[in-house]
Ligand binder design. Structure first.
Ligand SMILES: [Zn+2]
Length: 398
């Protein structure tokens, strides 16, 4: 018997484990629910914290994979958590930690959801995957499809960094550039997945199996810190990483492994911040970003044009956690990228730097409590968008 099934996040309708993306009753996105009583019947997390092996598959009972299925893996997860010393003027016994998702096999956190989704694709007997991507999802999809021996087609918007495009092609994926931005690529991928009966791996809340991979960040953080951080700061486009991390902590609370939950801070770039806008205006729902998309943080530049409900789902998680949403200006990203590299030895991609700039902003505005433990998720490696750094440097030479 399966210990998991897709459930509508909105109306609660339940489904069998199959390639399904939206509720047939209300069209809402789905979530995966588990037979927690069965899984947590005896101590679950305690023995794992001391177990050998560090990849995400040590948590496989909490991933939507049937028993005895072979995982499609490149050893994703088990990423370092390091304490910063020099980037912020930390006082009052506060501590800022960086979770280096940038050292996953394809240099971004996306390896977690893509490893799970590709294993799910294999479990459903599918032989083709598609996705829309601003870069990192596509690179991970291409790598894991290669590992699984599945055909992979990726739709990227104009402006996707050359480094990421080249990597996708090296892994053997078929790449199509879509005129416009991410939301346009999303639409084409959705149509093509339907037409070709391919598994859609687009990283929004589109694929409920993929989203589950993000929970493993939470389990690792609790093990590495030995406690629950007060704040977790996450760069967000649509926001499944933020929601996945929070869900992971809720599962640990349900299992009796932890007794509190972290507050979640979602960070966007000022030039594309639909979730932040709704948060600050106190709106119940997120509206599509109607202004031109203008930011160098291409990895989180998602105007949510045809799926604003995905933003609303993330917004509700932020509010449930008593967290915040905030936006960072592009100029700050170049500055903090350099500071992070020079002072901590961490080269992060521009989208990821938002999480560090946000920590500084929260500290300066008095949002962080005395003794607060803060974790910023460094979602992707700086090598993934070096051309932006090179162009920026060139621009500053007289
Ligand atoms: Zn529904």
């Amino acid at each position: 018997m399966n210990t998991f099934r897709p459930v509508c996040w909105y109306c609660g309708e339940t489904y069998e484990a199959e390639p399904i993306y939206t509720c047939r009753r209300c069209k809402g996105t789905l979530d995966i629910r588990y037979e927690y009583k069965e899984i947590f019947g005896k101590a679950y997390f305690e023995p794992l914290s001391a177990s050998a092996g560090s990849d995400i598959w040590r948590f496989r009972e909490l991933l939507p994979i049937w028993p005895n299925r072979k995982a499609v893996t490149l050893g994703e997860g088990g990423t370092p958590l390091i304490r910063t010393h020099n980037i912020l003027n930390i006082a009052n016994n506060q501590s800022l930690w960086l979770k280096l998702e940038s050292v996953n096999p394809t240099l971004a956190f996306k390896d977690r959801p893509l490893a799970v989704a590709m294993t799910a694709a294999a479990q459903f007997g599918l032989n083709e995957v598609v996705c829309a991507s601003t870069g990192n999802t596509g690179v991970a999809a291409a790598a894991y499809a290669a590992r699984a021996g599945l055909r992979c087609t990726i739709y990227v918007p104009e402006g996707t960094p050359e480094e990421k495009r080249a990597a996708m092609e090296q892994y053997g994926a078929v790449l199509h550039t879509v005129k416009g931005h991410y939301s346009d690529a999303y639409k084409v991928a959705e149509e093509m997945a339907l037409e070709r009966q391919a598994f859609n791996l687009t990283s929004t809340y589109m694929n409920p199996y993929a989203v589950e991979g993000n929970k493993t960040v939470a389990y690792e953080l609790a093990f590495q810190l030995g406690k629950v951080p007060d704040w977790i700061i996450v760069p967000i486009g649509a926001g499944p990483l933020l929601s996945g991390i929070y869900k992971g902590f809720k599962e640990m609370q349900l299992a009796g492994f932890i007794d509190k939950l972290p507050r979640m801070a979602g960070v966007q770039a000022e030039g594309c911040a639909p979730i932040v806008k709704a948060f600050h205006n106190g709106e119940a729902g997120v509206q599509p970003w109607s202004d031109p998309v203008q930011t160098i943080a291409s990895g989180i530049a998602d105007p949510l044009l045809t799926y604003p409900a995905d933003g609303t789902r993330t917004l509700s998680v932020i509010r449930e956690s008593k967290g915040i949403a905030l936006a960072i200006a592009d100029a700050e990203l170049h500055r903090y990228r350099k500071l992070l590299a020079e002072r901590e030895g961490v080269l992060a991609e521009l989208s990821s730097v938002t999480a560090v700039a946000a920590a500084a902003h929260m500290q300066q505005t008095g949002l962080l409590e005395q003794n607060a433990t803060i974790v910023s998720i460094v979602t992707g490696h700086g090598l993934k968008d070096m051309s932006a750094a090179i162009n920026h440097t060139k621009g500053s030479v007289l």
